[in-house]
Write a protein that binds this ligand. Structure first.
Ligand code: ZN
Length: 138
């Protein structure tokens, strides 16, 4: 393997084994994923998943090690993205003032950009329904 090949292997591993864990720890400590573009994480999950599948079919040990870890870590960030957005999204009911509960994450028809999703909020006492943009996922 050439010097560039060796350097490529090392730097690829630093992204998956140092870069992703650093982001995961940061998100965990601040209990937020603010500032991370969801589209970046969606693309990372897709890319690492396909490279992992390709690595296992070859089979190529370097691809398996670097891409499988990348796959696992990118899905952890994806989980954090939705988990913290859900925790931080709070809304009061207009009619009775109670805190509304999140029913589910739904894409709005007016939004054509991938990653623009809204929470469907429902009031537990009067049944009022509203849609709210996740506050910290942007
Ligand atoms: Zn209400």
């Amino acid at each position: 393997m050439s010097i560039f090949g060796i350097l490529a292997v090392i730097t690829s591993l630093t992204v998956t084994l140092i870069g992703f864990p650093a982001q995961i720890i940061k998100n965990y400590k601040r209990k937020s994923c603010e500032g991370i573009a969801p589209l970046l994480i969606y693309c990372a999950c897709l890319t690492y998943s396909l490279w992992t599948l390709y690595g296992w079919t070859k089979p190529d040990l370097f691809l398996i090690i670097s891409q499988t870890s990348g796959c696992a870590f990118s899905f952890i960030v994806l989980f954090q993205l939705f988990y913290y957005a859900r925790k931080e999204t709070k809304m009061q009911c207009d009619k009775c003032g109670k805190e509304m509960k999140i029913e589910k994450l739904v894409p709005r028809m007016s939004q054509r950009v991938i990653g623009k999703q809204y929470f469907k909020m429902k009031c537990p006492s009067c049944g009022e329904i509203k849609y709210m943009k996740p506050t910290k996922v942007r």
